[in-house]
Design a protein around this ligand. Structure first.
Ligand code: SF4
Ligand code: SF4
Length: 447
């Protein structure tokens, strides 16, 4: 069975919502759309208070090559443009849009009567650059969590040539099942999105890597590949379940056996990596003419009453989504956006959903705290676990002592912040926390 080396760990999978269907949440009457929902420059506001906007209109436009358009998922009136707080407590420029009953009913009937704007054959006849332009206009970003603008990955640097498209269906984070649910319910659309991405990236081969803890998703994707008669070009590859298989470098090694050298991009080995949910968004944009306005979010936790995979309009208040799942369990100790390994704890749930939110995880008090930090016992478990072949205990110590040049020379910038080292440490040492500090110091000194 294919996987990556070195390192990797096997945390409890806790996929409580595995096998659950996608619940389509009805459009809200009000959304708060955030201008910066991606890596790169914030989009720039295109509306003013009092404007009427239609569902799918651009409300903030990309302001550079690494940036992305932002659209409204509902029709309505712009009632506020201000700086709100993100879920992490950081300032975020937003626009608030409120729908009248007439707006709301009009949106519902538009959704109910949606028709393709072109067939897959017509889409595949488009020049690659035109496909990239549609993806760019639709504001599509990587939906695996990184939110990197997709058009950038489809525009390789001069002299680089893509040979293979790798689709990330690994979903290696515990608890999350939003990609699994999408592959089970929208496999044909994902495969058509993959074919369009292949045309845009000018490659004739794709490998879809899916961990073997998702047998239904593997079967659904294989059936979709057979139904679309593209089996010669698109391979569904089961992967041995191991964290962090969804890391770009780990996935490339697991699927095509090539190692991306430190400091290099996937394109250096001829690979372009996209997430399954991104492929679905590409289908929506190119075939259905819909910009990125919604996504599937796993709402979960050991005590959550109605855990599930919810498809929500971007800009929906996260508290409203939590309420749909039964509200906060009484024992909630921590709320994390994303999975427990790479997700980040929030300071407030009264914030809008954004493109990069794959999950809302409510952990009980008992799982929300680390043990008491003890001295390092030189057990080397962190070294064994590191998928980047680093020495986490040493990098952590050097970062803590602010010996950042030495940490840099030992490869601290190659750390993908997967948290495997902290997870396995028997002494509860905050290894990754110090490494993050070290990386930040290096970035600041090199500016
Ligand atoms: S967080 Fe960084 S140092 Fe720790 S295991 Fe992951 S890649 Fe290695
Ligand atoms: S796992 Fe923890 S105790 Fe073991 S070597 Fe690494 S830092 Fe030290």
């Amino acid at each position: 069975m294919h996987t990556f080396k070195p390192g990797g760990i096997h945390p409890p999978q806790s996929k409580i919502t595995a096998g659950k269907p996608i619940i389509d949440v009805e459009l809200p009457y009000s959304v708060v759309v955030t201008f910066s929902q991606h890596i790169g420059a914030s989009a720039v506001c295109q509306v003013k208070k009092g404007d009427h906007v239609n569902r799918g209109d651009v409300v903030a436009r990309a302001s550079g090559f690494v940036s992305a358009n932002v659209h409204t998922p509902i029709s309505g009136t712009v009632v506020k443009i201000d700086s709100a707080k993100s879920a992490y407590g950081l300032p975020a420029e937003t626009v608030t849009i409120e729908a009248s009953e007439e707006d709301h009913q009009s949106d519902l009937s538009t959704i109910a009567s949606a028709q393709p704007v072109r067939t897959i054959e017509e889409a595949l006849a488009l020049p690659p650059q035109e496909i990239v332009s549609i993806i760019d206009a639709a504001g599509i970003v990587g939906l695996g969590g990184a939110a990197f603008p997709t058009k950038v990955k489809l525009t390789p640097p001069a002299g680089s040539v893509a040979q293979v498209l790798i689709i990330n269906g690994a979903e290696c984070e515990p608890y999350l099942t939003n990609d699994d649910a999408l592959m089970r319910s929208n496999a044909i659309e994902i495969v058509e999105g993959i074919l369009i991405l292949m045309k845009a990236a000018k490659v004739d081969r794709t490998i879809v890597g899916i961990e073997d803890n998702k047998p239904e998703a593997i079967a659904a994707m294989r059936a979709a590949v057979a139904a679309t008669k593209v089996a010669d070009n698109v391979e569904i590859m089961p992967l041995k379940t191991k964290y962090p298989q969804g890391g770009e470098k780990q996935l490339i090694e697991a699927t095509i056996g090539k190692e991306v050298q430190a400091g290099k991009l996937p394109i250096s080995v001829g690979a372009v990596v996209q997430n399954v949910a991104t492929a679905f968004a590409v289908y929506q944009a190119v075939i259905m003419g819909e910009p990125l306005m919604s996504r599937v979010i796993t709402v979960t936790g050991p005590s959550v009453q109605h855990p599930g995979n919810y498809r929500v309009a971007l800009g929906t208040n996260m508290r409203a989504i939590v309420e749909l799942a039964g509200g906060f369990p009484a024992d909630t100790g921590k709320i994390v956006l994303g999975g427990p390994m790479m997700g980040r704890a929030v300071v407030s749930i009264d914030a809008p959903t954004v493109k990069g939110v794959s999950g809302i995880l409510m952990l009980p008090e008992s799982e929300s705290h680390r043990g008491k930090v003890q001295p390092c016992i030189r057990c080397a478990k962190c070294v064994e676990a590191c998928p980047m072949g680093l020495e986490p205990y040493l990098l952590s110590t050097l970062s803590r002592l602010n010996e950042i040049q030495r940490a840099k020379s030992l490869g601290v910038m190659n750390c993908i912040e997967c948290g495997s080292c902290s997870y396995v440490c028997p002494s509860w040492r905050p290894i990754l926390d110090y490494i993050r500090l070290g990386k930040r110091s290096i970035k600041l000194t090199s500016q």
